[in-house]
Write a protein that binds this ligand. Structure first.
Ligand code: NAI
Length: 484
């Protein structure tokens, strides 16, 4: 008999304690070889004055056990409280968010009986880097950060996941027709890594049509790999059209650590009533058992759970007049799953979680390319705050400032305003002045950039931000403005 594995368990807020108690009771009855260590994170910790929501003792346990089973957490509105979920994902480097969504028709209503897909979402980068600034009275920005290693890791993870769980097709979703550098990198890396996995069907779709197809024909997808925000939105769409957000579990995987949870939140509206569906957290726990190589227990629980669904033993959120036989509370549903342990479903396919031994999960975290491109400084974008409604005089004032660099263009919200005819559209109070050593990519120096900035400052222009312009192996590392 293998020895018990310690795991960290957070009871969470709202319905969290109820669904966690139900889940742990099922794990125990199924013979999961685990030893839970309980930690407090979330609302109580926030209200005790810790704005991160995670005390040192919880970090200590997580870092030691390397596995966290977490019920949903309530993030208080306002007050500078940081989301526990985002903090844990980022601090522990949980870069892959894996969200399976499948239909359980006819027992749970869905228009898509054949839907069975997995969304692999990048979990640390993109728009969730959380780097935001207000630069002028009217203008706010958030930075979308993609790194090549970040893209390589998540895309390789998606292929390895497909290999491990015998899935055949991988779809990459990006918006590289608009964001050619960031989303362009994601798409490019997908094409490169696809070459390493010749046995798979692969495709790339622009995320908008990809989302529309997901909503209309989800059965055409198998594994979807995408960036942080797109993955967040898509996985909620997928859970919803599969039947209920209350059913889906999610895994957050990093190099050394992993966290498992339900997709839904803490549902304060139904907390304390013994009516919450524990299935989302239970399905997260099933993923955890596979992660710690207890596939036998995972399959036993999943099959018992499928039995309950097809026998019409349903919680209120999925109760329907056609197929439901009993409306069960949280505790009663957990007991029903326990009573069915050892049974195989008759209508659904029984699961076995057989894993392909040919996958290389453990190696893939380190496998990132280390090639370095030759980087050359060729100019600077200098952003200026001006609410001067008279566009032309402002542009002329900027153009008249003499310095070592050449003014290439002035843009407003990404649209070229100068040189050329003034446009007749709305302009904001933030102006981007693009200076380069020449029209081409002639190298310049940091000294020249600072002399140029000083000259603008001395001409009375307020600089709110700068962005250096580089080439990499002679290729432009910045976008052109619309109309440039
Ligand atoms: P929610 O997912 O908690 O609730 C949305 C709706 O679904 C509610 O009507 C709720 O009653 C229902 N619902 C959710 N889970 C259910 C279940 N297991 N059984 C039956 N019905 C269920 O989303 P909401 O209301 O936007 O967020 C509530 C709190 O949860 C917020 O503080 C939010 O920040 C937090 N949250 C936490 C997450 C996490 O810890 N991973 C994820 C999402 C939200």
């Amino acid at each position: 008999m293998s020895k018990n594995i310690p795991i960290t368990v957070a009871h969470g807020d709202g319905i969290g304690p109820e669904i966690m108690a139900a889940t742990l009771k099922i794990l125990d009855a199924a013979g999961a070889r685990i030893t839970p260590e309980f930690v407090e994170v979330g609302e109580k910790v926030y209200l005790d004055g810790n704005t991160t929501g995670v005390p040192d003792s919880a970090w200590e346990s997580m870092l030691r056990t390397k596995v966290l089973l977490k019920a949903p957490i309530t993030t208080p509105q306002g007050g500078g409280y940081k989301s526990v979920n985002v903090t844990i994902r980022k601090t522990l480097g949980l870069y892959a968010n894996v969200r399976p969504s499948r239909a359980y028709v006819p027992y749970v209503s869905s228009n898509f009986p054949d839907m069975d897909l997995v969304i692999v979402r990048e979990n640390e980068e993109g728009l969730y880097a959380g780097i935001e600034h207000r630069q002028t009275n009217d203008t706010y920005q958030t930075l979308k950060i993609y790194s090549r290693p970040g893209c390589e890791r998540i895309i390789r993870y998606a292929f390895e996941y497909a290999k491990r769980f015998n899935r055949r097709k991988i779809t990459c979703l990006s918006k590289d027709n608009i964001m050619k550098l960031t989303d362009g990198l994601f798409h490019k890396v997908f094409n490169e890594i696809a070459q390493e996995y010749p046995g798979f069907e692969t495709e790339h779709l622009i995320v908008d049509i990809g989302t529309a197809l997901l909503a209309a024909r989800p059965e055409r997808f198998d594994v979807i790999v995408t960036s942080n925000l797109y993955g967040d939105i898509l996985s909620d769409v997928a859970s919803q059209i599969a039947g209920s957000v209350g059913l889906s579990g999610s895994a957050n995987i990093g190099r050394d650590m992993a966290m498992f949870e339900a997709v839904h939140g803490s549902a304060p509206d139904i907390s304390g009533k013994n009516i919450a569906n524990p299935s989302g957290l239970l399905n997260g726990a099933v993923q955890m058992l596979i992660h710690i190589n207890q596939n036998d227990v995972a399959a036993k629980i999943q099959n018992a759970w499928l039995c309950c669904l097809e026998k019409g033993m349903h919680t209120a959120d999925i109760y329907n007049n056609h197929y439901s036989k009993e409306k069960l509370g949280t505790e009663q549903f957990a007991q029903a799953v326990i009573d069915n342990l050892g049974e195989k479903p008759q209508k659904f396919h029984a699961v076995s979680f057989q894993i392909s031994e040919d996958s290389h999960f453990t190696e893939l975290h380190e496998k990132v390319s280390k090639e370095k491109a030759k980087k050359e400084l060729v100019g600077i974008d200098i952003f200026i705050d001006s609410d001067n409604a008279d566009v032309l005089p402002l542009c002329e004032k900027i153009a008249k400032v003499s310095g070592p660099l050449k003014l290439i263009a002035i843009t407003n919200r990404g649209l070229k305003i100068w040189p050329g005819n003034p446009v007749h559209c709305f302009v904001s109070d933030q102006w981007c002045c693009r200076f380069q050593a020449s029209e081409d990519f002639t190298a310049t120096s940091f000294e020249d950039l600072s002399i140029q900035m000083k000259a603008l400052h001395e001409a009375g222009l307020e600089i709110v931000k700068t962005e250096n312009l580089y080439t990499f192996d002679g290729e432009r590392g910045f976008s052109l403005a619309q109309g440039q």
